[in-house]
Write a protein that binds this ligand. Structure first.
Ligand code: NDP
Ligand code: HSE
Length: 436
């Protein structure tokens, strides 16, 4: 049978990775897909670098529409990134009846509902395994392997760059900026690295996971997002003393009152596997009512790990290429006419436990004032210690862990604590998850 022809839009870290994996594993891939998968055209911004890699073997152009409009191309692989022109190009490909493979979580988090509806109407597939957790087949696991389950929650390390930064800061004492530069050099970071360090990239991925897990439309606007840029090295140290690691987690949970969708630094008990996921590795925990908790672990970023997911999608689409559209796996796991409209829970209604660090005057009565305010707010203390002040120092840090509390009550208590004259700086607080 003739090879299926694909057009690559973008030939950067992931585009090159996909090209190399397709070439290197050509035979194995053909045996799996039932036919060869051939890169028939590449579009980039400036052609020289791509031409230096592919030579005369593949035409390289600078106008993506020249790739999309070719009748012999069956699958368009969007690896440009960002919202535009990616969205317009993907919609153009769908309108021309092409299947699409993409790694672009930003585009899908914002425009996924529109893109999947267009694909459904045209009877083509949009595959996006690489958009969440790089090489880990988490979309396939949720969409196919776990379909028997009512998913209860997902918690994951889904941004390799920020996990790499947190790991290097903790283990090697390296400064934030130096580690970020290294992540950029290694090709982990987004074109705009604030997406990584401010939790936005993780929120994009979480919004996709949440939709697939609960059968709801993608809603990035419902996500609460807090990154790692303001984390202090001393909190990483104190957390360690208390038996916790700080990880940037994406958490989505089905509760009685709505769906939680939140990304923030989180204290995780050291004995949990998730606390020991280091470097650019990703890991996702999924709790299903039948299977219990399952864990998916692997490289979350980088050229070939991400290419692994892109090529897996290419094989899937090739296998299904001639199938009737009604036999395609639904993009968001649930049949489009069976999607639910569940409420989204605002962050101030979230219930979780907390780590607090308070810089206070080292004098009698300070702790009593603080604990009284916490008790008034129904916030119960689980553990507490005070840093030994250095000689001559008249201030210190109080570090405490709380039991579960409603975020709204915590906000009110923290506001009152910060008004005490003996509390000398804004209270640092980090949410905690036991993940039991
Ligand atoms: P890069 O920045 O390395 O590559 C982007 C490519 O797109 C470049 O080849 C660039 O061309 C090309 N490009 C940019 N704008 C245009 C345009 N208007 N027309 C044609 N080509 C264009 O990005 P990555 O490979 O890192 O990322 C690609 C996608 O994969 C993104 O959506 C990213 O979020 C996602 N992703 C990335 C991962 C990673 O580890 N890097 C992991 C998982 C997902 P030129 O070469 O000429 O500049
Ligand atoms: N910038 C992303 C990360 C790439 O660091 O996880 C993978 O999606």
């Amino acid at each position: 049978m003739q090879s299926i022809k694909i057009g690559l839009l973008g030939f950067g870290t992931v585009g090159r990775g996909a090209y190399n994996v397709l070439r290197r594993n050509q035979q194995e891939i053909t045996r799996r897909a039932g036919r060869g998968i051939e890169v028939a055209a590449i579009a980039v911004r400036s052609a020289e670098r791509a031409r230096a890699t592919v030579g005369d073997e593949v035409p390289v152009v600078t106008d993506p529409s020249q790739v999309i409009s070719r009748d012999d191309i069956d699958i368009v692989v969007e690896l440009i990134g960002g919202y535009e022109p990616a969205r317009t190009l993907v919609l153009e490909a769908i309108n021309r009846g092409k299947h699409v493979v993409t790694a672009n979580k930003a585009m899908l988090a914002k425009h996924g509902n529109e893109i999947f509806e267009a694909a459904r109407a045209r009877g083509v597939m949009v595959a996006f395994e690489a958009a969440v957790a790089g090489g880990i087949p988490i979309i396939k696991a949720l969409r196919e392997g776990l379909t028997a389950n009512r998913i209860e929650w997902i918690a994951g390390i889904i941004n390799g760059t920020s996990n790499f930064i947190l790991s290097e800061m903790r283990a090697r004492g390296l400064p934030f900026a130096a580690v970020l530069a290294e992540a950029q050099r290694l090709g982990y970071a987004e074109a705009d690295p604030t997406f990584d360090i401010e939790g936005i990239d993780a929120a994009h991925k979480l919004a996709l996971l949440s939709a697939i897990a609960f059968g709801v439309p993608i809603n990035i606007d419902a996500a609460y997002t807090e990154g790692i840029a303001k984390l202090a090295a001393e909190d990483i140290r104190y957390a360690e003393q208390l038996g916790y690691r700080i990880k940037l987690l994406g958490i989505t949970k089905r509760t009685a009152t709505g769906i939680e969708l939140r990304v923030h630094p989180t204290l995780v008990p050291i004995q949990r596997l998730l606390a020991n996921v280091e470097g650019a590795m990703n890991a996702v925990l999924v709790k299903g009512d039948a299977v219990g908790v399952t864990l998916y672990y692997g490289k979350g970023a980088g050229a070939e790990p991400t290419a692994s997911a892109v090529v897996a999608d290419l094989v899937d689409v090739t296998r299904m290429h001639t199938a009737d559209p009604e036999n395609h796996v639904p993009h968001l796991a649930f049949q489009p006419d069976h999607m639910a409209e569940l409420p989204w829970l605002p962050i101030d209604q979230t219930v979780t436990s907390y780590y607090f660090r308070m810089r206070v005057a080292d004098q009698p009565g300070v702790l009593a004032d603080i604990t009284r305010i916490l008790a008034d707010g129904h916030i119960s203390i689980d553990a507490l210690f005070q840093r030994e002040p250095s000689e001559g120092e008249n201030q210190t840090d109080i570090i405490m862990l709380t039991h579960d509390a409603v975020e709204r009550d915590v906000d009110a208590a923290v506001r009152r604590i910060e008004q005490l004259p003996t509390v000398l700086a804004p209270v640092i607080r980090i949410r905690e998850e036991e993940l039991g």
